[in-house]
Ligand binder design. Structure first.
Ligand code: BES
Ligand code: MN
Ligand code: ZN
Length: 486
């Protein structure tokens, strides 16, 4: 999608659709039809409230979208209102539209962040996935361009924000599309190929370990999950050098399909388990953003990728395997596979002597019970890093909420035969998953993000289509940009 910034009077903007983000209680007077509609009291500009008018000005249509009022106007509120506008624009079938945020509707946002979150909102709202349909019903053309109309004095700052917004939008769309790809297309080796392509496009060093190399490396836990599949696993390493000093390591769970294995899942909604690679796709999308923005920070991406399937060669409940770190694991439940592949990645991460490690994983159904679909479950071994991640999440509109990782919970994972077992039953499922990972964290600050509730949505919302959310891309980017001092 193309974006541009212009500084014009709103009534001079020639466009099929002018979307205006407005605050409750302060309506712009721009057009007679609009004024009549507002004067009637029918439209108040409440959060999410929209009004479409066909006026007499240069814009063929004007769409008002309410952002709420006063202190409610945050980056997230503006992003959401813009997403609603873009979703409507796509529904109308316009290929381009113009967008403005009235002075009252921008809260305290500076011109740069306003432009950035506006473009993020457009990327969110315009998204549609038609790639695999031969005959889409009622196809709408893609929204190709947006013109962001700003005050003249804001133009330069808005341009700087647009550059960031465009890059984030590209990574976000990359991730959302890749999440959507089914397990027969987005296989572990396909993820490896995509990582290599990113490396070529942006100049990252990319290493993709195949099954034999994974074996040689000693990643027994990853191999155990992969042993039931005909598709080979991959272990993907992306390295970006943008600064000096210890790198930030981002780890993404790349289970390209999770059937549960021998501890098989029920059939209902099992197709959603193609989204079990969402941590991996967030890391890849973040590297797409990094490639475009080239922040002054070193970043390593690690993706253990495999399927989790039952077969005659699959790992069984009760089996004991040796991890990359050296600890032995009793596999109680083959459906607790995410922690098995992540523990080998956490162990591998030691060689980079990381400044910080953040993993993103659709790890537990329990996090959906605890936090629903509005927050990422956050756990870690450090004081400062979770606060930093949480702030990045707030800026990104991808909110993280802490759960405790107290010593008392460690007992959940005591095994009779091995150093640790991979499941502690139903109690405190998200915490048990994180405690398992912590057993393999050695020598660096670490945050675990359980994104099982936020990686995809089961139904459509006002600002979001059903399906994948690209969770993690905006937050990781905010985190890295701050670390880079940008
Ligand atoms: N991929 C699932 C978690 C999940 C659940 C993701 C719902 C998205 C939506 C994970 O591999 C899993 O199966 N976890 C088990 C762990 C249990 C066996 C300890 C779970 O949450 O039931
Ligand atoms: Mn599972
Ligand atoms: Zn899983």
């Amino acid at each position: 999608m193309k974006s541009s910034i212009s500084a014009k009077a709103l009534n001079a903007v020639e466009t099929p659709l002018l979307a205006l983000i407005v605050a409750q209680g302060s309506m712009p007077s721009l057009d007679a039809t609009l004024e009549r509609a507002v004067a009637s009291g029918d439209y108040k500009g409440k959060k999410d409230e929209t009004l479409l008018v066909y006026g007499g000005g240069k814009a063929q249509r004007i769409l008002l979208v309410g952002v709420g009022k006063g202190a409610d106007i945050t980056r997230s509120a503006v992003r959401r209102a813009v997403a609603i506008a873009a979703k409507r624009a796509r529904g109308l079938g316009t290929k381009s539209f113009a967008l403005a945020v009235t002075p009252e509707a921008r809260g305290g946002l500076g011109a740069a962040e306003l432009a950035q979150v506006a473009i993020e909102g457009v990327a969110q709202g315009r998204w549609q996935f038609l790639e695999l349909k031969k005959q889409p019903e009622d196809p709408k053309p893609d929204l190709e361009s947006v013109e962001l109309v700003v005050e003249g004095s804001d133009k330069d700052e808005a341009e700087a924000g647009r550059r960031i917004g465009d890059a984030i939008a590209a990574g976000y769309v990359y991730t959302r599309n890749l999440q959507m790809q089914p397990g027969n297309i987005a296989t572990p080796s396909h993820l490896g190929d995509l990582a290599r392509k990113l490396g070529q496009a942006h100049g990252f060093t990319v290493t993709v370990l195949d099954k034999a190399q994974i074996k040689k490396e000693g990643m027994g836990a990853l191999l155990a999950v992969a042993q039931g599949s005909a598709e080979e696993p991959r272990f993907i390493v992306l390295e970006y050098e943008g600064g000096t000093g210890a790198p930030v390591v981002l780890i993404g769970k790349g289970v390209t399909f999770d059937s549960g294995g021998i501890s098989i899942k029920p059939a209902a909604n099992m197709e959603d388990m193609k989204f079990d690679k969402s941590g991996a796709t967030a890391v890849l999308g973040t590297f797409e953003v990094i490639g475009r923005l080239k922040p002054k920070v070193n970043v390593v991406g690690l993706i253990p990728a495999t399927e989790n399937l039952p077969s005659g060669t699959a790992v069984k409940p009760g089996d004991v395997v040796k991890s990359h770190y050296g600890k032995t694991i009793e596999i109680i439940n083959t459906d607790a596979e995410g922690r098995l592949i992540l523990c080998d990645a956490l162990s591998y991460a030691r060689r980079f002597k990381p400044a910080a490690v953040i993993d993103a994983a659709t790890l537990t159904g329990a996090v959906v019970i605890a936090l629903g679909h509005h927050a990422i479950g956050m756990l870690g071994n450090d004081e400062a890093l979770p606060a930093e991640v949480r702030d990045a999440g707030e800026r990104a509109g991808e909110r993280c909420w802490p759960l405790p990782l107290w010593d008392e919970y460690r007992d959940l994972l005591k095994s009779d035969v091995a150093d640790v077992k991979n499941s502690g039953g139903r109690a405190a499922g998200t915490i048990a998953g994180a405690w398992f990972l912590r057993e393999f964290v050695d020598g660096f600050p670490w945050v675990h993000l359980d994104i099982a509730g936020t990686a995809y949505l089961e139904s459509e919302g006002a600002s979001h289509a059903k399906g994948p959310t690209a969770i993690g891309v905006r937050m990781f980017t905010e985190f890295l940009l701050k670390r880079a001092g940008a």
